[in-house]
Design a protein around this ligand. Sequence first.
Ligand code: FRU
Length: 494
Amino acid sequence: MSPTNFFNEKYRPQYHFTPMKNWMNDPNGMVYFQGEYHLFYQYHPESTVWGPMHWGHAVSSDMIHWEHLPIALFPDEIGFIFSGSVVVDPCDSTGFFNGGEGLVAIFTHAGEHPVTRKPRQVQSLAYSKDKGRTWTKYEGNPVLEEPAIADFRDPKVIWYEEERKWIMVLAAGNHVRFYSSNDMKSWDFESAFGKTEGSHQGVWECPDLFSLPIDGVHRWVLIVSIGDDPAYHEGSRTQYFVGDFNGKTFMNDNDPDVVLWLDFGRDNYAGVTWSDVPKEDGRRLFIGWMSNWKYANHVPTSTWRSAMTLPRSLSLTSTSEGTRLVQKPVHEVSVLREPVTSIKRTITLVPDENLLKDIKSKTFELKASFTIKEAAVFGLKVHQSNEEETIIGFNSQRSVLYVDRRKSGDLGFHDAFSCVQEMAVLEKEHVSLHIFVDKSSVEVFVNEGKQVLTSLIFPKEESDGIELFLDQGVVDLHSLDVFNYHSIWTKGES
Ligand code: FRU
């Protein structure tokens, strides 16, 4: 591959993480250690479709520019290396580091039972003494098995300071299970959560557990992804619960049938969080796999498959319905900005007058805020040409924000791809949109990240127009900024 290919390759994201070649799914083992952000990911190095899973690896100092590193973990006699997490073991609780500190990976081995030859999923460890560059698998693997549970995977380990112990949450088909440990080598079962809570429109996968401050206290958030089930056209999605965790059990703040979606688009799955707290402005960060099991193996990219979402920082907010997650793109994205236009005065939108008609871009950030004076349908069209458009619209009468990708470009690779994605927006009068467009994706942050919608699209190269449209009603635009985005690819990556 020539070094410039990444700039020109059809559909190749210019500022979202993609592997240089072949198949990628879930982000794994996100960790900040000694000044570096690590991204490990489910990787099949032999093909552009899912297969024997490895952990691919990349590092970054800003979560935007990534250095691609050699594969970190390879399948072995116990099985493929499925999803999991990485922690810093600062006081050598594992005994792997001769009293020093290092990185420990906790992951699912997916293989066969050595005697019965039946499929099984077990949890294992690996450790690194050289900042994640090389890994040694623990000789006592696996460290946790539950022979009676077939789907038993995606361990997320956190340090629970109140009782000075490790907590593991993992997915077990239709619920999550919590275990605790002092050394990560032996684990005690604490509790199960979720059999009758939230959405069960798919197998539970990739749980994540963390706490965040709100109004002077801490609340706990449990993220649970749900896999693709042929009965539901949305495919794989991610939900979350807000509640309390006492080192043993998770208690849901909401009624069991309340479902909180992390993202209202089709293409944010298996996301995980991590903290960069040793940094002064340390945050709870999130990154997701920007695809959907419904069609991930069929998307029309040729040399690689899948990208990650932008890294986002998480916080909590109080609403009339309870505590909810807020997601914002990390501020580091601003290194990519090249200002294109900035409007800082109020303009009443006029139908058929596109204020952005002179801007052409396929990789940009757009921020705008509006007041709706009379019931309106308005918004933005991106990756636009005579034949194609992706509409990011707001219908104030229905209180709905939508992304319509029915004319977004290539749709033919799967029946479920052509669709309108909608979310209810409570605020009817003032709407702010923060939009990130790349060559094959759109991420929409609504009202300062209170709601998010992430969607893949596969437009033609020539679809580079942007339109600010008004179909109905009266709308004032208060401010608008557009930044063209530089590519994160650099010369020499071939
Ligand atoms: C989620 C998932 C995980 C599993 C991994 C396998 O997308 O199905 O549950 O560990 O992918 O690649």
